[in-house]
Write a protein that binds this ligand. Structure first.
Ligand code: THU
Length: 132
């Protein structure tokens, strides 16, 4: 299995754990750090809608809790629609992406589109002290 297939399968599996009773839109995300470690996350909704957390946010939190701070590659998988990261998650990913981060957007059958961080968030806001 290729590295990308492994990431896709991890995202697909964690998507099954999503808590999305309000939207019924299940999302899974899997990221790989430069040392090859994989972290996953799924969306977790809330009766107070803005409290909800996206799958990408869950995966980033798992990575930070695991002691890593850089994302080399990521797969996001939603239902049928092209589930590309929301604006807030694009900023979140910018904080931790390597200069070569690629975000693959998938449906249940496989990767549909792949984006560089610059394509997702051109002219991004950044501060110099990040990635410490
Ligand atoms: N969602 C994600 O988890 N990631 C995305 O990239 C897009 C949207 C979630 C948020 C909400 O729980 C549901 O999908 C519908 O918007």
């Amino acid at each position: 299995m290729s590295d990308l297939d492994e990431l896709f399968e991890a995202a697909k599996a964690v998507r099954e754990n999503a808590y999305a009773p309000y939207s019924n839109f299940l999302v899974g995300a899997a990221l790989r750090t430069p040392d090859g470690t994989v972290y996953t996350g799924c969306n977790v909704e809330n009766a107070s809608y803005p409290v909800s957390v996206c799958a990408e946010g869950g995966a980033v939190s798992a990575m930070i809790a695991g002691g890593r701070r850089l994302i080399a590659e990521m797969v996001v998988i939603g239902d049928a629609a092209l589930c590309s990261p929301c604006g807030m998650c694009r900023q979140r990913l910018k904080e931790f992406g390597t200069d070569h981060l690629v975000v693959h957007v998938a449906d249940l059958n496989g990767v549909r589109r792949s984006f560089t961080m610059d394509e997702l968030l051109p002219a991004a806001f950044e501060l110099e002290m990040k990635k410490g």
